[in-house]
Design a protein around this ligand. Structure first.
Ligand code: HEM
Length: 111
């Protein structure tokens, strides 16, 4: 991504701030609808989980100008996911759930 693209992503992310809780809640409900067997992997408080995911997303967007700065943290996050029982194939499901959640949030906003 060049400088201009990063600026655009950061601007639209900031503009969408108030819809983020909707997006994140919808994301987990879509994920569990696609693959109900993933639900038991989440043993903690889901509200806390949603906040952690939202916080990390914000960090990623803020670091787009220097993504390397985030690498050590992302590596450690990936290692923790092995411990949570996450398998490689689940990442596709997460991508699918994110796209569906985005579409649902969009429909919710624009009718
Ligand atoms: C796009 C990649 C992903 C990101 C950015 C992400 C982000 C996070 C974050 C920030 C946490 C909070 C705990 C921590 O920091 O260790 C977490 C926990 C967790 N994630 Fe992910 N995650 C990703 C992919 C996945 C996938 C594919 C799964 C599979 C279902 C998954 C399942 C979990 C589980 C089970 C937990 C622990 C929840 C608990 O403690 O109850 N994550 N994730």
């Amino acid at each position: 991504m060049d400088h201009r693209q990063i600026e655009l992503v950061q601007q639209s992310f900031a503009q969408a701030e108030r819809f983020r809780p909707h997006l994140i809640i919808t994301f987990y409900s879509e994920l569990f609808a696609i693959e109900p067997s993933l639900k038991p992997l989440f043993k903690g408080d889901m509200e806390l989980q949603r906040r952690k995911l939202a916080g990390l997303l914000k960090q990623v967007i803020e670091s787009l100008h220097e993504p390397e700065a985030l690498l050590p943290e992302v590596r450690a996050l990936a290692m923790r996911h092995v411990g949570y029982g996450v398998q490689e194939r689940y990442y596709d499901l997460v991508g699918k759930a994110l796209r569906r959640a985005e579409a649902r949030t969009w429909r919710c906003l624009h009718g």
